[in-house]
Ligand binder design. Structure first.
Ligand SMILES: [Fe+2]
Ligand SMILES: [Fe+2]
Length: 394
């Protein structure tokens, strides 16, 4: 990249063009909104050689503008919210879709000093341009403040900022849609998981949350990438989805299951496998393996297929440990809550029997973090005489 420290007006036409191409390339490959906004703000800060660049996006539901990412001293990752109907110049730019250029911010009644007060930043010259999509709808506002040479923003700066805003708005819109789809997908998965767990447990949400966190920590401790660990975290709540197919007299039975009933209970793995079979998304493909194989045991004595050792997919071996540990540590109608140390000892005892020794070793490493998750759990709840590990890990 060219030396950007001289401001836009000192760059040659060729350099400007190169920077614009570079800007377009960088922002078009980023689908995560937060990261994208960060990159855009950084690039604009450099290209205009300013003290701060802030990007505000519309929050239609709240009728506000918000900004999470802002460069400049003291403002990194701070969320700023501005009512869309206010008289401040950022809100005016968003409402009317016109650029506002303030040579001296503090002399203009439309400028609010609130953000400066919070961040100990003194705005001198500032300019804000609308971020518009192809349909000319305003998505937000880009604000740049304080050129390093101390001069107000001129027509060149304004033109460049408008051009960058136009380039940025396409990528922002795609990233917003991508985020919406991602959030919708995760929310659907989670609510589907809650549906299944709701039927036989009282502390459903906590159970799913604990399992997700433990599975995530285990994946990282086993050396998986953050992306893989995230997938495991998001897929793990679906491990018992097959329970939706079980009859109430089995699923809700408070006491110990008869051998015949237990055989039926085991089929939740098969049902889970069928529900998630042939999924296209990575997260559901992973959830498929987890739901089908989370009761397989390392020594081959589990179900439904009696797979052993590496035949069992790693993600299932991970969720098994997380599921059993959590089942032991929480109160259920048929068992008391075990102390985390007792549950840890059980996991260690079962290394090489129920559990993959490598996963157990990883569990020992993450145990201090896991223990903190259960700090609130009381072990003094009434115990049921029919407590059984078989049922609690189902
Ligand atoms: Fe479970
Ligand atoms: Fe299960």
């Amino acid at each position: 990249m060219a030396d950007l420290t001289h401001g836009s007006d000192r760059l040659t036409a060729e350099e400007k063009l190169r920077l614009l191409v570079d800007f377009g390339t960088r922002i078009s490959s980023e689908l995560h909104l937060d990261k994208l906004l960060d990159i855009i703000a950084q690039q604009i800060t450099q290209m205009l050689d300013v003290g701060r660049c802030t990007i505000y996006l519309k929050d239609e539901a709240k009728n506000e503008l918000w900004s999470k990412i802002a460069q400049g001293k003291g403002l990194e990752h701070t969320e700023i919210r501005i009512p869309l109907n206010s008289d401040g110049f950022i809100a005016l730019v968003a409402r009317y879709g016109q650029t506002i250029n303030l040579p001296n911010a503090y002399d203009d009644p439309r400028f609010s000093v609130d953000v400066d007060m919070v961040t100990a930043f003194r705005t001198h010259a500032t300019i804000a341009v609308p971020l518009k999509n192809n349909s000319d709808e305003v998505l937000g506002v880009v604000q740049a403040s304080n050129k390093s040479n101390g001069t107000p923003f001129d027509k060149n700066d304004e033109g460049l900022l408008r051009l960058l805003a136009t380039l940025a708005s396409g990528s922002i819109e795609i990233a917003q849609l991508y985020q919406e789809i991602r959030v919708a997908q995760l929310e659907t998965i989670y609510r589907l998981a809650v549906t299944a767990e709701y039927r036989d447990q009282q502390d459903t949400r906590q159970h799913l949350k604990n399992i997700s966190i433990i599975a995530y920590l285990l994946a990282l401790a086993l050396g998986m990438s953050k992306t893989e660990a995230e997938l495991i975290k998001n897929a793990s709540p679906l491990h018992d989805i097959g329970k939706v197919a079980l009859a109430d007299n089995i699923l809700l039975k408070p006491g110990k299951l008869t051998p015949e009933e237990f055989e039926i209970m085991k089929s939740h793995t098969i049902y889970g496998g069928k529900i998630l079979e042939g999924a296209h998304s990575k997260v559901l493909q992973m959830a498929h393996k987890m739901s089908l194989y989370h009761h397989e045991k390392w020594n081959g004595s589990g179900y439904p297929k009696g797979l052993k050792e590496e035949e069992i997919p790693l993600e299932a071996r991970i969720v098994t440990v997380a599921d059993v540990f959590d089942a032991l540590c929480v109160f259920r109608v048929y068992k008391k809550a075990w102390k985390t140390e007792e549950a840890l000892n059980y996991i260690i005892e079962e290394s090489g029997k129920s559990f993959d020794p490598r996963v157990v070793a990883a569990f020992k490493k993450i145990y201090p973090s896991v223990k903190r998750l259960y700090a609130h759990v009381s072990v003094n709840q009434p115990a049921h005489k029919d407590a059984s590990v078989e049922k609690e890990v189902s």
